[in-house]
Ligand binder design. Structure first.
Ligand code: FMN
Length: 360
């Protein structure tokens, strides 16, 4: 019934829909709901401690025996750069004064840690059927350990070059992440945001360049988007922003409200929240300091100095300093529980497919 069964067969799922891993936002209840509905639920581990990730995986395995995806970042931790850090703090000084925050407040480092041996121990213990990465792949020894568990391995590519590289390293599937996508750009062989490619252009070019199944991501939020992705040659879709509207998404009322009102051109690519380019709804901090800043420390260090500003302004009911990650298609989303959303957009895609076939 689906025009392409390669990804469904690869992972043993029913619907070619991956709920995107969303660090800090989507946890075990969302993963279980999507996997139980027949899609592939993803647990993002980038912001979790090993203990938290273990608890989440335990809960997921207790509640469903369906396939799941565990997702990790694999960036190179940056060198300490005191000058850069000082310049960043100076850039933020006026905001500290305005919000009456002591500029000597001690600030913990960002929790975003790359995949390591300890997280790999969890993969070998809980054997998720799929393990996916953002920002390339971890080193060969870690990859080998994952492979031995039988998990399918995938990662995001934002260019054909990155897709070819991932295939050469043995990825079983590749996520083609178009420019429309919410959250961080998965880019790892280029730093040039200005040449990043939209989903419509990227997906068919990646499909032509690699042999493994390609998953389309970025700006897909309903049955029309899913059908379009299949027409471009994708074997599945990875959807993030649309799932942010679900009750399972652990986002603040401020974030939810911003998403509800987000128009097609309300998001931009910014590095001011973490130091890496990511798409978010434009707010005061992005407008005044970015959206791209030369002063922002390298990923993930930029996040630390921002945390007190965010906390204080959220307490006062403002999202001025909050990273409101969102793709360009927030408007297309529906407020439904994650299982229902998964089933409904899959059914809509198939209905659209049948009506197109009838017309032809
Ligand atoms: C709030 C949010 C958090 C995200 N966190 C992650 C993450 O932890 N790991 C990852 O691989 N991708 C992450 N992404 C990117 C998604 O995997 C995916 O590329 C993107 O959501 C697709 O575009 P869409 O948001 O338009 O559906 C995140 C996206 C959003 C919106």
């Amino acid at each position: 019934m689906w025009p392409n069964h390669r990804f469904i067969n690869l992972c043993g799922i029913e619907l070619p829909i991956i709920q995107a891993p969303m660090a800090g936002v989507a946890f075990s209840d969302m993963v279980v709901a999507v996997s139980q509905a027949g899609g592939l639920g993803s647990l993002a581990c980038a912001l979790l401690s090993v203990e938290q990730a273990r608890n989440e995986l335990e809960t997921i395995r207790r509640k469903t025996s369906r396939p799941i995806n565990a997702n990790f970042f694999c960036h190179q931790p940056p060198q300490d750069d005191r000058d850069r850090e000082r310049n960043w703090r100076q850039r933020l000084d006026a905001y500290y004064v305005q919000l009456q925050i002591d500029s000597n407040i001690s600030i913990p480092n960002s929790a975003r840690a790359p995949f390591d041996d300890k997280m790999c121990d969890l993969v070998t213990k809980f054997h998720p059927e799929v393990v996916s990465f953002q920002f390339g792949l971890p080193d060969k020894n870690l990859l080998l350990r994952i492979r031995k568990t039988g998990a399918k391995i995938m990662s995001s590519a934002t260019t054909v070059n990155e897709a070819r590289w991932l295939e050469d390293q043995g990825c079983d599937a590749i996520i083609a992440q178009g420019f429309e996508a919410g959250g961080h750009r998965g880019m790892f062989l280029t730093e040039d945001v200005s040449t990043q490619v939209g989903t419509m252009a990227l997906v068919p070019q990646v499909v032509d360049a690699v042999k493994v199944p390609v998953i389309a991501a970025g700006g897909i939020a309903d049955g029309r988007g899913i059908l379009a992705a299949f027409a471009l040659g994708a074997a599945a879709v990875q959807i993030g922003t649309a799932y942010l509207h679900c009750p399972e998404a652990q986002i603040s009322p401020l974030y939810r409200q911003a998403l509800k009102g987000a128009r097609d051109n309300d998001t931009a690519i910014t590095n001011v929240f973490t130091g890496r380019p990511a798409r978010a709804i434009v707010n005061r901090f992005m407008r005044e300091v970015g959206p791209m800043s030369d002063v922002a420390p390298k990923f993930p260090l930029a996040a630390a100095a921002l945390a007190p500003l965010r906390a204080k302004s959220e307490m006062a009911g403002s999202a001025d300093f909050t990273s409101l990650w969102s793709g360009q298609a927030a408007r297309l989303s529906r407020e439904l529980p994650a299982a229902e959303l998964t089933r409904q957009i899959a059914a809509d895609a198939l209905k659209n497919l049948r009506s197109m076939q009838t017309m032809a």
